[in-house]
Write a protein that binds this ligand. Structure first.
Ligand code: TUI
Length: 317
């Protein structure tokens, strides 16, 4: 059975994190992943701080296993959320889209294990120095807000630089991707896109259908000119967004106003003018199934590949 320092650190059975996807990652999905032996995460991006508190309480009722909260640091209510998670006794946090430095002291003092999501070696080192328990190193294959370096190159460089455990994210959707991440030195994996179609994931059915229909070339990155590159499925929304970015007559404020609320529209309403954030591995996601079945497929798939890897390669040579 695949085990790592992450399992001991967080008291979880399998080193599998569910991505803390904005608007998506609620108590239903997080509790299902935690009940399956992985680490479920609730997103701090929801209908306000009280709605997130509600999800945390629901999750506590749905599972007695460890779960965490992902804090989106660019959100205006980040300081409020940072205090609320302490008040609610949350034990594990991941953070994204910014530096958690202003909150680290308070979180560490509260005994919270903080696992920042980073996309570079420099930030990973900064997080280790600030007292992070581990980092999620997220390659540019990921859905949503992305960095520049891809998983295959990012993971070994972050692993070499740090003493704390590294969890790999970006492009992992099955046992093959999981095995590759472990070979690169990761001690855990984080998976977002495949959990979008979990039975317990409450996104609009249109969102699930778009992921299930995706191919290898279905995603694109927009927002680079605004300093917020975001990977999403190619849709009429992403095409208009890209056209606006390329047009020198369109002001950044107009583009931002066009994009505002677009993720919520996709997740909650399945709106054609929504932003369907998903990773490059969407083309690997073929069926809706329970979170338990996804966690088991990732772990058992990786185990099976890793146990046969050496003999397969010897035969091939
Ligand atoms: O955070 C993510 N991915 C996200 S957040 C998100 S919500 C959203 N909604 C609408 C429009 C745009 C986004 C969707 N996807 N991934 C984790 C991640 N964090 N990747 C890279 C980083 C990161 C970036 C900068 C971490 C730290 C950082 O620090 C900069 C600094 O100030 O030190």
């Amino acid at each position: 059975m695949i085990k790592s320092r992450i399992c001991d650190l967080l008291a979880i059975e399998y080193p599998v994190f569910q991505g803390g996807m904005a608007w998506v990652a609620d108590a239903s999905l997080a509790s299902a992943v935690s009940n399956a032996g992985g680490l479920g995460l609730i997103s701090s991006v929801n209908a306000g701080t009280e709605a997130v508190r509600e999800e945390i309480r629901k999750c506590k009722a749905l599972t007695d296993k460890p779960f965490g909260v992902n804090i989106m640091l660019q959100a205006p209510n980040a300081p409020e959320i940072a205090q609320m998670v302490i008040d609610e006794g949350v034990k594990i946090l991941t953070t994204g889209a910014g530096s958690p430095a202003p909150y680290m002291e308070a979180w560490n003092a509260a005994g919270i294990k903080v696992i920042p999501v980073i996309a570079s070696v420099a930030l990973a080192l900064k997080m280790q120095a600030l007292g992070a328990a581990a980092v999620v190193a997220e390659g540019a294959e990921s859905g949503g807000h992305v960095g520049e370096t891809h998983t295959m190159a990012l993971i070994p460089q972050v692993v070499d630089a740090l003493d704390i455990p590294v969890i790999a994210a970006g492009g992992i959707a099955d046992g093959r991707g999981a095995a590759a991440a472990f070979i690169l030195g990761a001690e855990g994996i984080q998976v977002g896109t495949r959990f979008l179609v979990a039975t317990e994931c409450t996104v609009h059915q249109n969102y699930k259908d778009k992921v299930l229909k995706a191919t290898d070339i279905s995603t694109t990155v927009t927002g680079k000119t605004l300093g917020h590159p975001v990977r999403s499925l190619k849709t009429p929304f992403s095409k208009t967004f890209a056209r606006m970015e390329a047009d020198p007559n369109v002001k950044p404020e107009e583009i931002l106003s066009f994009g505002g609320g677009s993720l919520r529209k996709a997740v909650k309403e399945g709106d054609s003018l929504g932003s369907y954030m998903a990773g490059e591995c969407a083309g690997l996601v073929k069926k809706e199934e329970s979170a338990k079945s996804i966690v088991e497929d990732l772990i058992l798939g990786a185990e099976s590949i890793l146990s046969r890897a050496a003999s397969r390669l010897t035969q091939a040579l």
